[in-house]
Design a protein around this ligand. Structure first.
Ligand code: ARG
Length: 599
């Protein structure tokens, strides 16, 4: 653990009440005290009911017995028994404030490094070469990036892997077409500077043109097929064109990643092609081990626990009848590579729900081949689709899939309206350049937040207006809350009021107000939430946390004047605003969302 790890108050109370349970009922040692939020106190312990059954006593009595064993000097300031034995726990002001100071003194806000020593491979984004990134690529890219950020922050050694679709028969027709039509523009250097077309839309056009030729012209189709054979045989000239196509596509993907603020870099790209040399060996290994068998001339792994619609065992295709390898074989090799070479403890596949069966079969085969042991946690992190306004898979009016860049433009346009109106209403002076920059941050943040804040496995409707609203559980709301905190601190600085270190001298004279206590408890919860995200890989826990934190801040700000208060009360409130701002900015950063200074 990091040297400055600060256990949360909830953790401290779990320990304190846990120790009290052990002291009162030694045979119940280790029972979970069930510390939960409370409407009547700071937190409550709900364990007495279950304990009472076990020890055969009245729950209220059990609650009393446990409460008598809570040691003085723990964070618990006061205990009250309520109802059938709930312990209402009030934390002492000193304990609350020492959390604030400990977190303020830590560059990582005291968050324990719960993932230290864990190597995690995260497979995300995975777009296909020579095709444009579209609406279907957002979720993998955004969720994968957020998990990368959270796990890295918690100390995991994260290896990002972009499993590009850079192999397959489509390259035969692309390469053949380029070779036969050297004048066809498709490289970004072929395009005029002011061209509307991006590289990949030029590549996309090439793809469509080549496809047409392939379907219409038998002779061309034959030459394209011969080209696939040449590519697979490693023909140098063919490989050179292939490489150029891959590089062109990646050039464009990088533009999307840069605009979205995604951490993926060239060195994270490990496309399907990079596993080619392993495929013969993988097929042979599975066949020799008796895991793969021949069926209809193909080599397949038949599942021992999943059946297909025809009630026959579902199959993973290891080698096709024509001797070729495909997506399944590549993923088998990839799994082996990640376990043997990358030495992963955990492997996360960020791929939409339609590939659920594929991953079940893949992991089953990996276990039967004894690559995948109990020590490796391989998981398909599945998610639903993004739907259009009609509640159906998002399509353009012409019926095409929506380009990712166009989707971002829609969100940024909606954000620009909202930011402009907001600035006018509040009288904020924003010049056009600032407005454009903030609208971009707000629009991109809104897309990411909308994607991360729902339950991962559900579909959701892409609604630019709703997701850029200033009110409600949106990215814009959180960004705006951040700007309010910045503005308070800025005004304080203008008046020469600094945010002091240490415990304000008069803390004990003026008790913490309920809204201050609630805000401290909210701030204090970041580490626990992140630890939970690392366990169940549900980023919406973090969005909900940040939303609650921002609301706790709003309540605090309404109830507790900051600049208009005085002395040590003003000092401690400034310290709270400062720490809330840092906590919110840290949380937004872990979601990959910008925290603007004004809007
Ligand atoms: N390129 C694939 C697709 O578009 C996603 C790759 C996911 N990763 C994997 N190891 N299969 O469907």
């Amino acid at each position: 653990p990091a040297p400055d790890a600060v256990p949360s108050l909830s953790q401290q109370l779990t320990d304190a009440v846990g120790a009290a349970i052990t002291a009162a009922y030694p045979e119940q040692a280790g029972a979970d005290p069930l510390i939960r939020p409370s409407d009547h106190a700071d937190l409550q312990a709900n364990a007495a009911l279950a304990l009472a059954k076990k020890v055969g006593a009245n729950p209220r009595e059990v609650g009393t017995t446990v409460s008598e064993q809570i040691t003085a000097g723990s964070a618990v300031g006061n205990v009250e028994i309520s109802g059938p034995g709930f312990l209402n726990l009030t934390i002492s002001d000193d304990a609350l404030w020492s959390q604030v100071e400990a977190r303020r003194g830590s560059a990582r806000l005291g968050v324990p490094a719960t993932q230290a020593g864990v190597r995690t491979v995260i497979d995300y984004s995975g777009p296909n070469i020579a095709k444009e990134m579209h609406v279907g690529h957002i979720r993998s890219t955004v969720i994968g990036d957020a998990l990368t950020r959270v796990l890295s922050f918690l100390g995991s050694d994260v290896i990002k892997q972009n499993h590009l679709g850079d192999w397959g028969t489509q390259f035969g027709m692309l390469i053949q077409y380029i070779t036969e039509h050297p004048e066809h523009p498709w490289r970004h250097s072929d395009l005029a500077d002011d061209s509307e077309a991006t590289t990949v839309s030029a590549l996309d056009t090439l793809y469509k043109t080549a496809r047409k030729a392939f379907d219409a012209d038998e002779a061309f189709a034959d030459r394209a097929r011969a080209r696939v054979v040449a590519l697979q045989a490693g023909d140098e000239e063919t490989l050179m064109v292939w490489k150029e196509i891959v590089d062109e596509s990646e050039f464009y993907f990088d533009e999307v990643y840069a605009r979205l603020g995604i951490l993926l870099r060239a060195e994270d790209s490990r496309g399907e092609s990079s596993y080619n040399t392993m495929l013969d060996g993988v097929a042979a290994e599975l066949e020799q081990a008796g895991i793969a068998e021949t069926s209809d001339g193909a080599l397949v792994v038949l599942s021992e626990d999943v059946k297909g619609p025809d009630d026959q065992p579902a199959a993973l295709m290891v080698r096709k009848r024509d001797g070729g390898y495909g997506y399944d074989t590549t993923d088998l090799a990839t799994l082996k590579y990640r376990i043997d070479e990358l030495e992963a403890d955990r492997i996360l596949y960020l791929v939409d729900a339609r590939q659920t069966l594929h991953f079940r079969l893949l992991f089953e085969a990996g276990r039967r081949a004894e690559w995948l042991s109990e020590d490796v946690d391989a998981r398909h992190i599945s998610f639903g689709s993004i739907l259009g306004p009609d509640g159906k898979p998002f399509k353009t009016r012409a019926g095409d899939t929506v380009r990712l860049m166009d989707l971002l433009d829609m969100a940024v346009a909606a954000a620009e309206t909202v930011v402009r109106e907001g600035a006018e209403a509040k009288g904020t002076e924003l010049d056009e350049a600032a407005l454009t920059e903030i609208a971009e941050q707000a629009g991109i943040g809104a897309v990411k937040y909308a994607d991360l804040s729902g339950s991962r496995t559900k579909d959701y409707v892409f609604d630019p207006e709703r997701m850029t609203a200033f009110n409600g559980n949106t990215g814009v709301y959180l960004q705006y809350a951040h700007t309010r905190m910045v503005s308070i601190l800025r005004r304080a600085a203008e008046r020469g009021l600094t945010v002091p270190d240490g415990v304000p001298s008069a803390l004990s004279d003026v008790a913490l107000e309920p809204a201050e206590r609630a805000l401290v408890l909210a701030i204090d919860g970041l580490g626990d939430v992140l630890a939970a995200v690392a366990e169940d890989l549900e980023p919406h826990r973090l969005t909900t946390y940040l939303y609650d934190l921002s609301r706790a801040f709003t309540d605090f700000y309404e109830a507790c004047p900051v600049l208009a208060s005085e002395g040590s009360v003003r000092e401690r409130r400034l310290a709270l605003v400062d720490l809330t701002r840092r906590t919110l900015a840290q949380g937004l950063d872990l979601l990959g969302i910008a925290a603007p200074e004004r809007m």
